[in-house]
Design a protein around this ligand. Structure first.
Ligand code: FRU
Length: 495
C-alpha cells in the first residue's frame, strides 16, 4: 500500500497546482481498468456513497472523494445526478472541507428532502493540533437551482456521555412529524453501536438513546448505519469493524450487513434475527439506500474496502460504486436484485443452450469484456460445476457450485493482478435453495453475481489483462444443462 505523508494526505485540491492536476487526470484516464457502467472518480480515491436521494426530478448521488491520489486523505463530497439511476452525470464538488469543523474531511452522511431543498447531513472530521479526532455533525442545503450552502455551525457539536469520538455517518429519516438520525458509534469500552437523535425542525437535535440491538459486543466500531421499513419489516444496515471470520462468513477486513426485525420506536429496542452480510464477494462496504420515485428501496455500495491496496493505486486512482440494487423482503429474507432499468444498457444479445461436462468447453462465439450474462441452470447432475469468465491463456475468474453443499465459490486466484492486504483468494456462500440462476454483470475490472434471483450477491474487483475475454464451463463429474443469455452492455454512465 502507498505511503503518503500526513501533509500529502491533507493537501487541498484548491492549493494543488493546475498542471499537476491535469497530469493526474491524464494518468487516470489512461488506466486499462477504467469501468464503463459504474460510477468512478476522475482522479484519486472514491469511497462511500453519500446523500443518496431523489430531489427536484433527479436522483442525486454523492461520494466520498480524495482527489489527489489513491489514499484516504482529505475527503470531499463529489456530486453526480441521474434521471434513471443507470446513467450518471458528474456535477462536481458538492462539499469542501473548508471550515474548522470539517477541516480534516467532509465525511459520510445522507440526504433528505425538506420543503424545496435537499438537506445533506454529514460528519465534519476535525483533528486537533495533537491529532486528536473531533467529530461534528454538519448540514448543507442543495437548492433547486443547484446552489449548495453549508451551515456555519454544526447541528450536533458534542458527543453524548458513553461514546468515543468515533461518532459519524448520520442517516436521517422522517416519520410522523419527527426527524430521526442514526449515527455510527463506538462506546467508551470500545464496542460498536448506533446512536439515535431526533428533531422537530432539522436544526435542533436531541440525543435519544442507543439503538439497542441484541449485539452488545460485536466489533469495536459500527460505521454507516441505515434504517428503513421494507414491507412489514424493519431493516437495519451497519458496518461493524473487528468481527472474526466464521466458516464462510466475515472474511473481508470489515463487514457490511443487516438485521431484520421490529424496532420499537418508543424505546429504540430492536428485536431481530442474525446479522447477515449484504454481499459475499471481496469488495463491498458502506452502502446507502434511498427510495426511488416509485417507492422502491434502492441500495448502492462502495465496491472497495478500507486498508486494502488495489492495482490501480499505481495509476493514481481507486475504486468505484456498485450497480444499484432493488431491495425487498420476501418470506422474511432480504432479496437484492439488479435495478430493472439497467436493461437500457443492453446491446446485442446472444443465447445458447447446452451440456457442460467434465471436458472443459470454451463457449463460442461467447466471449467479452463488459457484458451481462444470465446463466439458467436447467438440469444439474454434476457434483460440482465451474463457470469461468475473463479467461485468457493464464487467467480465469472461476465460479464453482458444489451441489451437495449448495455452496457457491468465487475464486480470483487467477484473475490477474491482486489487491493487497486481502485474506485468501476465495469467497463462498451457502444458498438456501439449489442454484438455479446466476445473473452476472462484468465490467472492465469488476464482477457482480446475483444468485437465485437476488438470494445472495457476490461483488468483486478483478484486474485481468485485455486478452482475458473467454467464457468456459465444465464439471467435476456428471453434467449440467445450461442456458446462457449474454448481452453486450453499452455503458458509459458518466459524462
Ligand atoms: C467508511 C468511512 C466512514 C467515514 C468515511 C470517511 O468507509 O470510514 O465511516 O465517514 O469512510 O471517508
Amino acid at each position: 500500500m502507498m505511503e503518503w505523508t500526513r501533509e500529502e494526505r491533507y493537501q487541498t485540491l484548491e492549493s494543488f497546482p493546475e498542471e499537476a492536476y491535469e497530469a493526474l487526470l491524464e494518468k487516470t484516464a489512461a488506466s486499462p481498468y477504467r469501468q464503463t457502467f459504474h460510477i468512478q472518480p476522475q482522479t484519486g480515491l472514491l469511497n462511500d456513497p453519500n446523500g443518496f436521494a431523489y430531489f427536484n426530478g433527479q436522483y442525486h448521488l454523492f461520494y466520498q472523494w480524495f482527489p489527489l491520489g489513491p489514499v484516504h486523505g482529505l475527503k470531499y463530497w463529489f456530486h453526480t445526478v441521474s434521471e434513471d439511476l443507470v446513467t450518471f452525470k458528474d456535477v462536481g464538488i458538492a462539499i469542501r472541507p473548508d471550515t474548522p469543523f470539517d477541516s480534516h474531511g467532509a465525511y459520510s452522511g445522507s440526504g433528505i428532502v425538506v420543503d424545496d431543498t435537499l438537506k445533506l447531513i454529514y460528519t465534519g472530521n476535525h483533528r486537533t493540533s495533537t491529532w486528536e479526532r473531533v467529530s461534528y455533525q454538519m448540514m448543507a442545503s442543495l437548492d433547486k437551482d443547484g446552489t449548495i450552502t453549508k451551515s456555519n455551525e454544526p447541528i450536533i457539536d458534542s458527543i453524548p456521555e458513553g461514546f468515543t469520538s468515533h461518532f459519524r455517518d448520520p442517516k436521517v429519516w422522517y416519520e410522523e412529524g419527527i426527524y430521526y438520525m442514526v449515527i455510527g458509534a463506538q462506546r467508551t469500552d470500545e464496542t460498536g453501536t448506533i446512536a439515535v437523535y431526533q428533531s422537530q425542525d432539522m436544526n435542533n437535535w436531541s440525543y435519544v438513546s442507543e439503538l439497542k440491538t441484541e449485539y452488545k459486543d460485536f466489533g469495536y466500531m459500527w460505521e454507516c448505519p441505515d434504517y428503513f421499513k421494507l414491507d412489514q419489516t424493519d431493516v437495519l444496515l451497519f458496518c461493524p469493524q473487528g468481527i472474526d471470520k466464521y466458516n464462510d462468513a466475515f472474511w473481508n477486513i470489515y463487514q457490511s450487513g443487516y438485521v431484520l426485525g421490529k424496532l420499537d420506536q418508543s424505546t429504540f429496542e430492536m428485536q431481530h434475527g442474525p446479522f447477515k452480510e449484504l454481499d459475499n464477494g471481496f469488495d463491498f462496504y458502506a452502502p446507502q439506500t434511498t427510495l426511488d420515485k416509485d417507492g422502491n428501496r434502492i441500495l448502492i455500495g462502495w465496491m472497495g474496502l478500507p486498508d486494502t491496496g488495489y492495482p490501480t493505486d499505481k495509476e493514481g486512482w481507486a475504486h468505484c460504486l456498485t450497480l444499484p440494487r432493488v431491495l425487498t423482503v420476501e418470506n422474511n429474507q432480504l432479496r437484492q436484485r439488479p435495478l430493472p432499468a439497467l436493461q437500457k444498457l443492453r446491446g446485442t444479445v446472444e443465447t445458447a443452450e447446452g451440456y457442460a461436462t467434465k471436458k472443459n468447453v470454451k463457449l463460442h462465439p461467447y466471449e467479452g469484456f463488459q457484458y451481462e450474462l444470465i446463466v439458467d441452470v436447467l438440469e444439474n447432475d454434476s457434483t460440482e460445476f465451474y463457470i469461468e469468465l475473463r479467461v485468457s491463456k493464464k487467467e480465469s475468474t472461476m465460479i464453482t457450485y458444489n451441489r451437495a453443499e449448495r455452496r457457491v465459490t468465487l475464486d480470483r486466484f487467477d484473475s490477474g493482478l491482486q489487491p493487497e492486504g486481502v485474506d485468501g483468494y476465495r469467497r463462498s456462500v451457502v444458498l438456501d435453495e439449489d442454484l438455479s440462476q446466476l445473473h452476472i454483470f462484468v465490467d472492465t475490472s469488476s464482477i457482480e453475481i446475483f444468485l437465485n434471483d437476488g438470494e445472495k450477491v457476490m461483488t468483486s474487483r478483478i484486474f485481468t489483462s485485455k486478452e482475458a475475454r473467454g467464457i468456459r464451463t465444465s464439471t467435476e463429474s456428471g453434467q449440467v444443462y445450461f442456458k446462457f443469455t449474454k448481452y453486450d452492455l453499452n455503458g458509459n454512465p458518466q459524462s
